[in-house]
Design a protein around this ligand. Structure first.
Ligand code: FAD
Length: 288
């Protein structure tokens, strides 16, 4: 199924993100998470690639294949390019094709001081153009409502985003955000810049304080005072923080749906309990 076509059929597309388990855990842990996520009927599930030292390059294809063939949900395989040559990317694409994966979220990937970029792909737009010309996949890209952490400012980042869309990205998923106003302001600018493809807002519920602080350091998302007060108030009570985090995410999602956004992408952090609680609270707002 072509992910971008979902947005013509549904008023609000709702999807999940999962990641392959770390090398030290069994791959089976993700299947027990997916057993629980399946019943929540997301429109698609995306699987990250290579972030956070996980189980290796083939794990994304393996999990995406299970999502499609065992759980009967459309998968989107993430793919980063900065550390790969063209023949290496080709090998990964062939593996995805063998597993009948049709949709790719094409990314540059973070530049790590420990790993020299291969310099065959410098930006996600180059990967998108490469795969578009090759054929065989529908393409999505990432976007940053507060600007990508390396970009000079939001406007130059949006102009670079336009290059991704011009290269062939038919759908965008946003970086996580805790203040919806950044998303609305970004959306307005993106539309003015001529970006007309569907854009989903990325929502990450709080699982614990350390997780949020790590994510925010990595991606630079702003924490509104209402959110930091919640973290401070409940930091020593994991269950209270979890419940407050679920309520905060639900509040954000209700607002986003009310404002008519194209879709919500829930960063599940492989936590089916939290995804279930959120979906139960908003199920009446999502039309079939
Ligand atoms: P790009 O679109 O290439 O942008 C990177 C930077 O380069 C930006 O500052 C941009 O403004 C600038 N730029 C782009 N084009 C040009 C140009 N032509 N000239 C000059 N500057 C330019 N990481 C993983 O490792 N694995 C994952 O699975 C993963 N999934 C993600 C999913 C989502 C929804 C998001 C938002 C991010 C994800 N990431 C993942 C993180 C991502 O790899 C990093 O944010 C990375 O630093 C940028 O990737 P990108 O594809 O957005 O890069």
């Amino acid at each position: 199924m072509h992910i971008a076509s979902l947005f013509q059929k549904k008023r609000t597309v709702l999807s999940f993100e999962v990641f392959p388990p770390k090398k030290t855990s069994s791959i089976d842990t993700i299947y027990s998470t997916l057993d629980d996520l399946q019943g929540l009927k997301p429109d698609f599930i995306s699987v990250t690639y290579g972030a956070g030292g996980n189980a290796g390059d083939s794990a994304t294809a393996e999990i995406a294949s299970a999502i499609k063939h065992k759980y009967h949900i459309e998968p989107v395989a993430h793919l980063t390019c900065v550390n790969y040559t063209k023949p290496e990317i080709e090998q990964i694409l062939e593996r995805l094709e063998q597993n009948n994966i049709e949709n790719i979220l094409a990314l540059r990937g973070d530049i790590s001081p420990d790993r020299m970029p291969k310099k065959e792909f410098n930006y996600a737009s180059e990967l998108i153009a490469y795969i578009k010309e090759r054929g065989g996949f529908h393409l999505s890209g990432a976007c940053y409502p507060e600007g990508h952490i390396e970009s000079e400012n939001l406007i130059s980042d949006i102009l670079n985003l336009k290059k991704k869309v011009d290269a062939g990205a038919e759908h965008l998923i946003s970086q996580l955000l805790f203040d919806n106003n950044y998303f609305y302001s970004f959306l307005e600018k993106a539309r003015i810049a001529g970006i007309s493809v569907p854009i989903q807002a990325g929502i990450m519920p709080v699982v614990n304080k350390a997780q949020i602080e790590r994510m925010v350091t990595l991606c630079g998302a702003s924490l509104p005072p209402k959110f930091t007060k919640m973290l401070q108030r409940f930091e020593h009570s994991p269950e209270a923080l979890r419940d407050a985090g679920i309520a905060y995410a639900v509040d954000q999602i209700v607002d986003l749906i009310s404002q008519g956004v194209d879709g919500i992408h829930l960063y599940t952090m492989n936590n089916a309990y939290i995804a279930k609680k959120i979906m139960n609270s908003i199920s009446g707002l999502i039309e079939d």
